[in-house]
Ligand binder design. Structure first.
Ligand SMILES: Nc1ncnc2c1ncn2[C@@H]1O[C@H](COP(=O)(O)OP(=O)(O)O)[C@@H](O)[C@H]1O
Ligand SMILES: [Mg+2]
Length: 275
């Protein structure tokens, strides 16, 4: 997102995830979703995480957002531990979070209004964002009257008005929303083509409990065009590297699945023979 005429100083942050694990459930039924996971979301870069569906990506995002705490390890923003949600980290989840009883315009102004900071600059910046996401004609409409894509854009504007240090998006329609900016960006996707197209760095994740399997620097020139990337040997190398890891992970979970199935059949047969 470009800056508005309203002077806006972007102060990008750096997130560090160090030895983070996350489990859910009581002791006997405990399920580990994230296991000893470490990575850095570098300042003023776009890092894209790709991983199999269900590996724990959204769980990591809830931890980065501060909605949940890790079971072990540490997450920090510019060295300060994350203790809860804060407007310095913009997080857009898969589900919409617009207030259904507020118009587009009131949703966008929510942050400054809640803080009692509805200044002329804030209003002007709100106007800029409304235009930027192409919703001028929908200013007085309610979320229920907007398409899914429009809701996304309204949500983005509502978050950008708070001038966050880090922008974290969980499986969104990024390419439509993303413009190069000087913020720290962290996107999550299951689509390797999208990852290579957008990212400065790609984190390739393992199956559940998730860990970083590879960090790949996407040293492709910008601005990028999808048509150029199809022809680029480097882009294809990166894609191949990521895909071979994701393929190995799929095979691993498949063999684990069949082991579980085999164990189940064996246990069942034992019980049946006892009966
Ligand atoms: N609050 C929770 N309690 C129990 N299990 C959870 C909870 N949140 C997530 N999980 C489990 O963690 C796994 C990974 O989920 P998620 O992080 O949504 O994966 P992804 O976003 O990569 O698809 C799922 O199998 C889910 O069952
Ligand atoms: Mg998810």
């Amino acid at each position: 997102m470009a800056e508005s005429k309203v002077a806006l100083k972007i102060i990008p942050g750096e997130l560090a995830v160090q030895g983070v694990s996350k489990s859910y459930g009581a002791t006997r039924f405990r399920k580990e979703v994230v296991h000893d996971c470490s990575f850095t979301i570098e300042r003023a870069k776009l890092t894209v995480m790709v991983g199999p569906s269900g590996c724990g990506k959204s769980t990591l995002i809830r931890l980065l957002a501060g909605f949940e705490q890790p079971s072990a390890g540490r997450i920090s923003l510019d060295g300060a531990p994350i203790t809860g949600p804060d407007r310095d980290r913009l997080v857009l989840f898969q589900e919409t979070a617009l207030f259904p009883w507020m118009t587009t315009w009131d949703n966008i102004l929510y942050g400054p209004r809640a803080r009692g900071e509805l200044t002329r600059d804030a209003l002007e910046f709100g106007e800029f964002l409304l235009a930027k996401v192409g919703l001028q004609d929908f200013r007085d409409k309610y979320p229920g009257q907007l398409s899914g894509g429009m809701q996304r854009r309204a949500e983005l504007a509502r978050a950008m008005i708070n001038n966050p240090k880090v922008m974290i998006l969980d499986e969104q329609y990024y390419s439509r929303l993303y413009e190069e900016n000087r913020r720290t960006n962290f996107f999550v996707t299951t689509d390797i083509d999208e990852a290579v197209f957008l990212a400065d760095r790609v984190l390739v994740m393992s199956n559940i409990p998730t860990q970083v399997r590879a960090v790949i620097d996407v040293d492709l020139p910008r601005p990028r065009k999808l048509s150029d990337l199809v022809e680029s040997d480097r882009a294809n190398d990166i894609k191949k590297q990521a895909l071979s890891i994701l393929h190995a992970e799929a095979m691993r979970s498949f063999s684990r699945g069949s082991k579980a199935a085999a164990d189940f059949v064996e246990a069942y047969l034992k019980r049946a023979s006892r009966a």
